[in-house]
Design a protein around this ligand. Structure first.
Ligand SMILES: Nc1ncnc2c1ncn2[C@@H]1O[C@H](COP(=O)(O)OP(=O)(O)OP(=O)(O)O)[C@@H](O)[C@H]1O
Length: 237
């Protein structure tokens, strides 16, 4: 469903991604986990065609994102919750996107209800939203077209504990309905409770991948994460 094959991306002398390969299957949540600066956002930008890889290929639903027919209807993305127009209301943001996708206005109300934004909140401009409200709006935006693949960059940033629990339930429901979910985060606890598989990245390289149980065997997931990312840092010095 989502596939990275030997993807590398260099910015001058920084190797943001170095031979990254992994797949996200339909019906699963894959946690893409790495410390700050590991390369997560770069990988997701390459996946949706915002950055061109130096080498390798990234595909979603079998093709490069930009070659999909109406990609926004098939692939939901939330790369930056602050990217919404600050002068539009939440409802306007979703209504414009629904019109672009040829969806009825009733879908906007469904999404507002799904992400827990009240009618009053939806009527306020996004510039006055908290980060958590922007994340909720961004998730609603990503899900408008009933996508078969979902790509989320740090969606839990700014969500309160109830919001994080809600997000976990939502992602599990989507996976159970067959969606391929790729969830990036630098927070292990956020990922381990929802992911079927975890891909750990550090200094642009995939350090390990597998189920949480496989990766945590013997030393626990947190220690594995700290050991692997620490070793990647030492190797880069
Ligand atoms: N446009 C750019 N120009 C130069 N270097 C960049 C650019 N974008 C990213 N980098 C570098 O690439 C590396 C990976 O950055 P990236 O933002 O992908 O990491 P990340 O895992 O998403 O980090 P975070 O969790 O902090 O968001 C970093 O060293 C970063 O400084």
């Amino acid at each position: 469903m989502i596939q990275f094959s030997h993807v590398s991306k260099a910015y001058q002398d920084v190797k943001a991604l170095d031979d990254v390969s992994f797949a996200v299957e339909a019906g699963t949540v894959t946690g893409f986990l790495g410390p700050n600066g590991a390369g997560k956002s770069t990988a997701l930008r390459v996946l949706v065609g915002l950055s061109r890889p130096t080498s390798g290929t990234a595909t979603v639903l079998g093709r490069p994102y930009q070659q999909l027919e109406c990609p926004a209807a098939q692939v939901g993305t939330l790369l930056d919750a602050s990217a919404q127009h600050p002068g539009r209301t939440g409802r306007e943001v979703l209504t414009l996107a629904a019109m672009t996708l040829g969806l009825p206005r009733s879908r906007v109300d469904e999404m507002l209800a799904l992400v827990g934004l009240t009618g009053r909140e939806a009527g306020r401009v996004v510039g006055g939203y908290s980060l958590g409200m922007r994340q909720r709006l961004g998730i609603g935006h990503a899900l408008l077209g009933r996508p078969r693949a979902l790509i989320l960059d740090e969606p839990a940033n700014g969500l309160d504990p109830q919001g994080i629990q809600w997000l976990r339930g939502l992602l599990r429901d989507l996976a159970e309905a067959g969606c391929a979910v790729l969830l990036s985060s630098h927070l292990l606890h956020e990922v381990e409770q929802v992911a079927d598989r975890i891909v750990m990245i550090g200094r642009g390289r995939v350090l390990a991948q597998g189920t949480p149980a496989e990766l945590g065997r013997g030393r626990g997931l947190e220690q594995a994460f700290l050991d692997l990312t620490g070793a990647a840092d030492r190797g880069a010095r």
